[in-house]
Write a protein that binds this ligand. Structure first.
Ligand code: SF4
Ligand code: SF4
Length: 113
């Protein structure tokens, strides 16, 4: 079991989640984060920290796409453990928006720590 980051994170990137993860298993893309499912210890601490409600346990149905995305991009993107200044200025404008993956997803890596 693991927790996964879903498309609600795209363009939000509030980063509250990375500060609380005890095993530092968040990885940073250009406009979203992912969790490495092999490193996540399933503690659930990050889930309530996310203002966008983007983090969900993979026991919920319909998350296969996001589990696969978290798995593949956590192998490519840099590790991130600290909340920096990466949150976009217009993050709140995109909070709760539908279809963010199709509209905005970027496969480019973020800066990491
Ligand atoms: S707190 Fe939520 S929206 Fe912010 S970076 Fe973490 S998963 Fe993404
Ligand atoms: S569930 Fe725990 S270990 Fe997994 S990403 Fe969240 S804080 Fe880290």
């Amino acid at each position: 079991m693991t927790y996964v980051v879903t498309e609600a994170c795209i363009k939000c990137k509030y980063m509250d989640c990375v500060e609380v993860c005890p095993v530092d298993c968040f990885y940073e893309g250009e406009n979203m984060l992912v969790i490495n499912p092999n490193e996540c210890i399933d503690c659930g601490v990050c889930e309530p920290e996310c203002p966008a409600e983007a983090i969900l346990p993979d026991t919920e149905s319909g998350l296969e796409k996001w589990l696969e995305l978290n798995n593949s991009y956590s192998a490519e993107w840099p590790n991130v453990t600290r909340k920096g200044d990466q949150t976009p200025a217009d993050a709140d404008d995109h909070k709760g928006e539908d279809g963010k993956f199709d509209k905005y997803f970027s496969a480019e890596p973020g800066k990491g720590d």
